[in-house]
Design a protein around this ligand. Sequence first.
Ligand code: GDP
Length: 320
Amino acid sequence: MKRSARVYVAGGATLLGVALRERLRAAGFRNLVGEPPDEPDLTVAGQVEDFFSEARPEQVFFAAGKSGGIEWNRSRPAELMLDNMLATAHVVHAAYVHGVTKLLYLASSCSYPRLAPQPLRVESLLTGPLEPTNAAYATAKLAGWQLCAAYRQQHGIDFVTAIPANSFGPHDDFSSEGGHVIPALIRKAHEAKECGDVELTVWGTGTPRREFLYARDLADACLFVMEHYEGPGPINLGGGVDLSIAEVAEAVTDTVGFRGRLRFDASKPDGMPFKGLDASELLGMGWRPTTDFGAGLTETYTWFKQHVVKEDLRDVRTAV
Ligand code: GDP
């Protein structure tokens, strides 16, 4: 990729979108287009069309679409699915019409069948039923992959799909209901520490396993794939740490400094039992993550205190 290329990160304000824009700038890309707050509403076809005809991006990273943790997926499946389907259809089609030379579509590891063999290999996609708590979102992501593959097949263009491990980092959604496990537990542990609580509730049994990649490493993997991968099939973006939710909760409470005990609420859903990716293709190409899990957690907690906690305090003062 030429450093002067016009590059568009669709979903520039998402966890991955922010990390990608930072990574691209650090790599010397100086023509990022459509950066927040100037990004179009991707659910509106006309706005996407106008944006592509004016900004004329040459390369596109698709990190857009609403997403959330297990509770949002359970309670807002229609909203998540529709938002992702609209954003994907509009961006992929506009990218084709306006001659984008390469598009990297970020799918999701929840698109694997619930009980696919571990670690998850791309050959397992579409071979079994999805996890019910996130089936709607996962279906939209599968459709996004298939849409890119269809444009590739029909028009011979270089649209590729990557499937990232669970990610975390600054700029995530730290709300208790909407956030994924790491940001949600950071907030809960921080509030429990501040309130002097003796117990912290962790959803589910604590036994499910997830693979985590720090957002900065994931962004680095995306740039690597954009520059070095041209295959027709999806590629897994893994190589992170594989932990049980109980281990994640211990690591978060250590980082935050919450000294109470953990209580596992088995009335809450566990979601997929395992979600570790087989990243042998990416690792075989020479890519490696560089951020230690604990260091990533510490950076994330520091960001949370500097931004989210300060914002919350400002809101309270304004309300008073
Ligand atoms: P998933 O990877 O799509 O299942 O999404 P999440 O990151 O939301 O959840 C991962 C696992 O963490 C699930 O087994 C949840 O039940 C568990 N978990 C434990 N406590 C929490 C919490 O406070 N918030 C969230 N989102 N998940 C939690």
